[in-house]
Design a binder for this molecule. Structure first.
Ligand code: PEP
Ligand code: MG
Length: 756
């Protein structure tokens, strides 16, 4: 037998075809597998060819061999990391050695009879970035496999991985324990982003497309397809970057810049070309290189490097879409879709049909991000911070979203599903209890009347207004309409929505918050500057004042919608009194504009400011006389007080709002408002959580605006609370030197039998 030298015919195409034919035969699975190793050994001019597959236990089992002792088949087992084969699986990378026995990882297995073989080349069988097996060739002579051979064995390994996973190679009973894709139940602990329970089938946001055809009929054609797709990919990114599709703000721009850099990455381009030259279709080449990257990056601890993996992944997905000529926006969703995303913006979420979306699982994100806020507004149970989740599930898997415990259950056992279904029934009962409270006035046990309002932003939220029995809308986030539009909503479209909201609310008050764009809320069609720090950048009112035409258009729509009735408007992110004055002046200008044209004005117009920037705390005496009311946006107020980006999971949960500094700040606002007779509400997420809302009541707040899901639980708390006693307890706690007084507040509430 000649000493190695690569495939007898250049490129593994012929070999891959032979493997396909062998597999398609009618012989029993083991016979076909034996044939496959024989064909590979012959083609690679190797004396040994073996296939190891990973059992559910995690061990690698010798499934077939040409050249080693046949008795070892199904007997020899190696742990991940054990021996060279285990090492290939652990590293998910090929290993090529001229003298394997002298390598420290070599693990001698007498039953295999591999003593005489020196040269070793092993490649992982990769699926979803995990090694599901190892393909090995060995030669007697001490020789180095050349790079083409290493390339070839990886291509063969890819085809094998695919066929094993498809069940083409082995009978199902053989395959049963082999972990070709995670198939066992798993439980993952994350963080609660939106309350509630749901189960359904996984839909991957930006689903990685699996190539339908692995082997090329014509390599040259595939080379051209790949080249053209790469050009189109780069041109697409360029055109987004240079703004011809509307420019991006901050984070999106950076992501695209990184993509552009990676799209030019020589290593990536070369790997793709080589894979195609080896006989794969362009799609299969992208998939293979993606798998290799995934496997390699999965080893990395450094979050920056892991982040780069995602960039490559997204890039590969984009490339696959270019190849498929696919439009990702139009996908068929199951009726019980559980969306799984690495991360997604609020606009992404709003693109999915609400009626089909039952739950949401996010690998990253933070509870204070706007995507999480949208999930809560839509009452879609959501668990976030589930690192590595996407690698543990496949599109279509059954999953449970437990927004109560902050867990995700993948492929749950029937009993688990049953238990969740019964909890859902209990939850429904509790909801029914809240529904019974719907028409009960929110009065504390000792007689303080509380105004309990709800937050909204979309037309669908209007249903919640009736269902929850909220007394009105304390915060209408007008930017949501802009985020779901393809283009800037026109005057009449804006007016129509505001009218609809006011009509639906009837006598109940509605407070419209003017556009709060920037930070994590990006409008792709709005030209904005790129900013290093979007959260500290030209957000909200800052943008409105810089682009008065935009803000004036919105004010015009609001005034028109509010004609002859009460209209309440407030401005977000006010940091100075001058900003408020300037914004209010625009309201006056618009009123004058309407008056001159004889248009009816609101019967009562109230203009307020959101307190979200800490600077205002020391200028309330100047601000409050200018306003008709204020509302505390605690999400932003604490983000800025603690200098912790609310969208950055590394810092967003580091500080507890139930802490003396945060509560004292709130107390100051409440006191000064009370002294000056300025109506004040709290409309951050805080107001929707019973314990936090309890703390707000003890500080003297009597007006809360909560997300729809929080109205019932907060009302129940209000009805049970004796504020006189609670306020005394809180005064003591506020003097605490502890960083967080959450436990103490909880004990206080429990002692007073408050339903938190
Ligand atoms: C807030 O900041 O608390 C708030 C209500 O506004 P948003 O969450 O929309 O920024
Ligand atoms: Mg805010």
């Amino acid at each position: 037998m000649p000493i190695g030298g690569g495939l007898t015919t250049r490129g593994p195409r012929n070999l891959l075809r032979q493997i396909r034919e062998a597999m398609a035969g009618a012989a029993p699975a083991q016979v076909r597998l034996d044939q496959v190793v024989k064909i590979i050994a012959q083609s690679m001019v190797a004396e040994v060819c073996s296939i190891y597959l990973r059992r559910g236990s995690g061990d690698l089992e010798l499934f077939a061999t040409e050249g080693l002792n046949r008795d070892a088949v199904h007997n020899t087992r190696l742990k991940i990391g054990e021996g060279l084969v285990g090492e290939v699986a652990r590293m998910a990378q090929p290993i090529s050695l001229s003298d394997a026995p002298s390598h420290p990882s070599f693990s001698y297995r007498p039953e295999t009879g591999e003593d005489p073989y020196h040269a070793f080349l092993g490649a992982p069988l990769l699926r979803g970035g995990r090694a599901i097996g190892v393909l090995v060739v060995q030669n007697r002579a001490e020789r180095r496999y050349d790079p083409d051979e290493v390339e070839d064995i990886q291509t063969i390994a890819m085809v094998l991985a695919e066929t094993v996973a498809n069940g083409e190679l082995l009978a199902l009973e053989e395959l049963r324990d082999v972990e070709v894709a995670p198939h066992r139940p798993e439980r993952h602990k994350g963080q609660r982003f939106a309350e509630g329970l749901a189960f359904g089938h996984v839909v991957l946001h930006e689903a990685p497309l699996a190539p339908e055809k692995l082997l090329a009929d014509n390599t040259q054609v595939e080379e051209i397809r790949l080249r053209e797709a790469l050009i189109a990919l780069k041109a697409g990114i360029d055109s987004m970057l240079d703004g011809s599709h509307g420019s991006m703000a901050g984070a999106s721009y950076e992501v695209l810049e990184t993509y552009r850099m990676f799209a030019d990455d020589r290593g990536w381009n070369r790997s793709l070309e080589e894979a195609v030259r080896g006989g794969l279709t362009a799609e299969a080449a992208v998939d293979r290189v993606r798998n290799e990257h995934r496997a390699r990056f999965a080893q990395a601890r450094d979050p920056y490097i892991k982040e780069r993996l995602h960039d490559f992944e997204d890039l590969a997905n984009r490339l696959l879409r270019v190849l498929a000529g696919d439009n990702p926006g139009h996908r068929d969703l199951p009726d019980d879709a559980i969306l799984v995303a690495r991360n997604l913006g609020p606009a992404d979420l709003l693109e999915y049909p609400r009626n089909k979306l039952k739950g949401l699982l996010i690998e990253e994100g933070s509870a204070a991000s706007h995507a999480a806020i949208v999930a809560r507004a839509l009452q879609i149970p959501c668990v976030g911070r589930l690192l590595g989740l996407r690698d543990r599930l496949s599109e279509g898997d059954l999953v449970i979203v437990d927004g109560e415990t902050g867990e995700a259950h993948l492929r749950p056992r029937p009993d688990m599903l049953e238990s969740v279904q019964s909890r859902m029934a209990v939850r429904d009962q509790r909801q029914a209890e809240f529904a019974r409270l719907r028409d009960v006035a929110a009065v504390t046990a000792d007689g303080t009347r509380i105004s309990l309002l709800t937050n909204a932003g979309l037309a669908v939220d209007l249903e919640n207004l009736n269902e929850t029995g909220a007394e009105g809308i304390g915060l209408f986030r007008t930017e949501f309409q802009f985020m779901v539009s393809e283009q800037l909503p026109r005057l009449d479209t804006q007016t129509a929505l505001y009218k609809l909201v006011l009509d639906a609310a009837g006598d109940r008050p509605v407070t419209f918050r003017t556009l709060d764009i920037g930070g994590d809320k990006v409008l792709p069609y709005l030209e904005t500057e790129r900013e290093e720090n979007p959260a500290l950048g030209r957000r909200a009112i800052r943008l409105g004042l810089d682009r008065p035409a935009l803000l004036r258009l919105q004010l015009r729509a609001l005034l028109a919608a509010g004609a002859n009735r009460e209209l309440r408007v407030m401005f977000p992110m006010i940091a100075t009194v001058d900003e408020f004055r300037a914004a209010r002046e625009l309201v006056d200008i618009e009123c004058e504009w309407a008056r001159r044209r004889g248009r009816p004005l609101p019967a009562l117009l109230r203009v307020g400011a959101m307190i979200e920037c800490p600077s205002l705390l020391w200028h309330l005496d100047a601000l409050l006389p200018l306003t008709d009311f204020v509302s505390v946006g605690s999400n932003d107020l604490f983000q800025y007080m603690y200098a912790a980006d609310r969208t950055n999971p590394l810092v967003s949960d580091r500080y507890d709002p139930l802490s003396p500094p945060a509560l004292r700040a709130l107390q100051t606002i409440q006191r000064v408002c009370a002294e000056t007779g300025t109506p004040v509400s709290v409309c951050g997420e805080l107001a929707g959580r019973p314990l936090e809302a309890f703390a707000l009541l003890t500080l003297g707040f009597t007006r809360l605006s909560a997300p729809a899901g929080g109205v019932g639980p907060v009302k129940r708390m209000i009805l049970s609370a004796d504020l006189t006693a609670a306020k005394r307890g809180m005064t003591n706690l506020l003097g605490s030197s502890a960083g967080s007084i959450r436990n103490e507040i909880e004990s206080l509430a429990r002692k007073l039998n408050v339903a938190i």
